[in-house]
Write a protein of this length. Structure first.
Length: 278
């Protein structure tokens, strides 16, 4: 078995965790490729697709949720599974914690669960120019600080006009991130749906909308005061201009997450969010 190990060494516990992962995999007879250049010294992700990545059987990402999500998107583009090792704080996407690394022997024996996660595809059309982006967590449209934005949204056969600080379109995986903080619902990560959540809408009602895999959300950008930005999975924001069109829909790409040992989403939700607030 050939395994690509991708650590984010800006995390305090990542180096020791990486050393232990490499030791255990070596004892199990695995061939490993260590990729330390996917994250800069400041922890910024920079994608590099190389033959060494394509030839591996799976990825192990070591870091926090951001590290795991970025690596999972890379793995999804190659249809490879990924195991996340939590060396950060929350670790919602991690399949094993630092104190559970002995379970890596189960990975080599094929004794693990694989969970398929829906991804979001975003299409930005500017005149004749079309750009596509893929998100495992969410895509966010927002304006400059302290400035409300106007936008026209079409979902199904209905059109809606919004004034808000922006909006979030999240996958079930991303439902426990920014969308949750903005008042959105928690969705089990193995469900096939997307959720739209407005950010501080200028309205007496603030409700998220969950829509299925056969639907798409269309957004037209009218003239606004100030600049608008699209951020996909927290990466560098891209400026969006008047008359641009955005389309959000379920991607045909899926992330394949490996789980070792016992796993229950609601136990993790309780541990990671509820208990940390006490």
């Amino acid at each position: 078995m050939k395994i690509d190990v991708v650590p984010n060494l800006t995390k305090e516990a990542a180096q020791a965790c990486t050393d232990e992962v490499l030791r255990i995999l070596s004892e199990c007879g695995c061939e490993t490729v260590l990729k330390t250049d996917l994250f800069t010294a400041h922890g910024v992700y920079q994608e590099r697709v190389e033959d060494s990545l394509r030839s591996c059987d799976l990825f192990i990402a070591i870091g926090g949720d951001g590290t795991i999500i970025h690596t999972a998107k890379l793995a999804a583009s190659m249809k490879k599974p990924i195991l996340g090792v939590n060396a950060g704080t929350l670790g919602f996407t991690a399949g094993v914690e630092r104190h559970e690394l002995s379970l890596l022997a189960n990975l080599v024996r094929g004794e693990y669960l694989e969970e398929r996660r829906l991804m979001l595809e975003v299409e930005l059309t500017s005149g004749d120019h079309v750009q596509r982006f893929y998100a495992l967590n969410d895509a966010v449209l927002s304006g400059e600080p302290s400035k409300i934005i106007d936008y026209q949204m079409v979902l199904g056969h209905r059109s809606y006009r919004y004034r808000a600080d922006g909006f979030i379109v999240a996958t079930p995986t991303g439902s426990t991130a920014y969308s949750l903080s903005a008042g959105g619902p928690v969705i089990e990560p193995n469900m096939d749906c997307l959720v739209y959540t407005p950010i501080c809408p200028h309205s007496l009602f603030n409700r998220s909308i969950i829509f299925g895999t056969k639907s798409q959300l269309l957004v037209d950008i009218p003239e606004n005061i100030g600049r608008l930005y699209l951020a996909v999975d927290g990466e560098t924001p891209l400026e969006v201009f008047t008359k641009d069109k955005l389309r959000f829909f379920p991607s045909d790409r899926f992330a394949r997450f490996i789980r070792l040992g016992g796993y229950d989403f609601y136990d993790i939700l309780n541990q990671k969010i509820i208990e940390t607030r006490q």
